[in-house]
Design a protein around this ligand. Structure first.
Ligand SMILES: Nc1ncnc2c1ncn2[C@@H]1O[C@H](COP(=O)(O)OP(=O)(O)O)[C@@H](O)[C@H]1O
Ligand code: SF4
Ligand SMILES: [Mg+2]
Length: 370
């Protein structure tokens, strides 16, 4: 995937911004979102699906965090729970906290969550049609979001909608505002979704696989747009993707999830150059590296993730891990600190293990080949 040049002009950004935006009061240099030991399950006929099993991660204000992991590892259920969108039943929250801007969202009523969704937290999904109403013009939908959360007239809200469409680089935004979602291409719909999510200047933008349904060129353009918005607006982004390649350019910190748990966290350089969990290293081998010549074939990770009806007692990656030891199948490793913000949950890194194959991690030049 080749990196595209930014096409947004500063003028468009500046027009869409008023001084201090996005400027809702938030205590400076604080953690904006903190997910603490979250457990979410689903009751099904076949039994309990333990989708999220003690997930902890946080996003700093103005930061960009990516959550990566193979499909089905609990990325979406975690952020759906943050947004108060987990279907209950069949879902239920077994424990944990979601502290957002100082308050525990799990203690709020649906009515209180409604006022936070859209206003303080915006969300974009893999399929933009999930978030767009096919029976209403795109401009009207954005305007309604603005009117729901801000005390502005219908005309002012519509003006804001046009500004937002221009911000996300939709050509002829005034004309486009009066069109329906089906008149937009896939990429344009995703831009419209981003415009809607940003219309009320949310403190946090959650982007769940925002480019997965798009072709590679459009993917790249949408990632550029998000990166541009992040840099220009100082926006806080929580990006979710099954593809480490997608998050490389946008996210300063990365959380790797496997089978409902966090297995490694670190800065993007920790993850890309000093990955410490065998799963992270396998994920890295399965995506094209944009910064190096690729030699040989990309490897898919052998085996499949475990059944979340009966997750294993020990490390869930053990059946697929060539380093698995006896202890791995008996109990799960707790997070081990490797650097400032670099943590891994893997027995290989326990101080009592004399044979850590990744000890001199930089020796391989960051290639992360085992
Ligand atoms: N409504 C639901 N009912 C039952 N199981 C669900 C439901 N939603 C999600 N799951 C299960 O929860 C697990 C995690 O799903 P999800 O968070 O969507 O994965 P990811 O986003 O990482 O691909 C999966 O095993 C999925 O089948
Ligand atoms: S804990 Fe054991 S099985 Fe799990 S990733 Fe580490 S070495 Fe492999
Ligand atoms: Mg998902």
């Amino acid at each position: 995937m080749e990196r595209m040049e930014h096409t947004t002009t500063n003028k468009e950004f500046n027009q869409a911004l008023t001084p201090g935006k996005p400027g809702k009061p938030v205590k400076p240099a604080e953690t904006l979102l903190s997910i603490e030991d979250l457990h979410v399950s689903f009751h099904t006929y076949a039994g309990e699906v333990r989708a999220v099993r003690g997930v902890t991660y946080s996003v700093e204000q103005g930061g960009s965090l990516a959550v990566v992991g193979e499909s089905g590892c609990g990325k979406t259920v975690t952020v759906q729970t943050v947004m108060g969108l987990t279907p209950i039943p069949p879902g239920y929250i077994k424990g944990g906290k979601v502290i957002f801007n100082g308050q525990d969202l799990l203690q709020l009523s649906e009515k209180q969550m409604q006022s936070i969704r859209g206003k303080d937290m915006g969300m974009i999904f893999q399929d933009p049609m999930t978030g767009l109403n096919p029976t209403m013009t795109v401009g009207r939908q954005i305007a309604e979001t603005v009117q729901r959360h801000q005390n502005v007239s219908r005309g002012e809200a519509m003006e804001r909608a046009v500004e937002m469409l221009s911000l996300v680089e939709i050509p002829n935004p005034r004309v486009r505002a009066n069109q329906y979602p089906h008149q937009f291409s896939g990429g344009m719909r995703q831009r419209a979704m981003i415009a809607m999510a940003l219309a009320c200047e949310p403190l946090l933008l959650i982007a769940d696989e925002p480019t997965t349904s798009l072709d590679v060129t459009i993917q790249s353009q949408i990632l550029d747009l998000l990166q541009n918005l992040q840099e220009r607006l100082g926006m806080t982004i929580l990006l979710i993707s099954h593809n480490l390649g997608v998050v490389a350019r946008l996210s300063k910190s990365i959380v790797v999830m496997y089978a409902g748990k966090v297995v490694e966290t670190g800065s993007s350089s920790d993850i890309f150059y000093n990955a410490a969990h065998p799963y992270t290293r396998a994920l890295l081998r399965s995506v094209p590296r944009m910064d190096r010549e690729i030699r040989g074939e990309l490897a898919s990770i052998p085996g499949t993730p475990p059944d979340l009806f009966q997750p294993p007692e020990g490390c869930a990656f053990a059946p697929r891990c060539k380093y698995a030891m006896k202890v791995c199948t008996k109990c799960d490793a707790q997070p081990i600190k490797l650097g400032d913000n670099h943590y891994v949950s893997c027995w290989l890194h326990h101080e009592a293990n004399p044979n850590n194959p990744f000890e001199n991690k930089s020796e391989n030049g960051g290639r992360n080949s085992d």
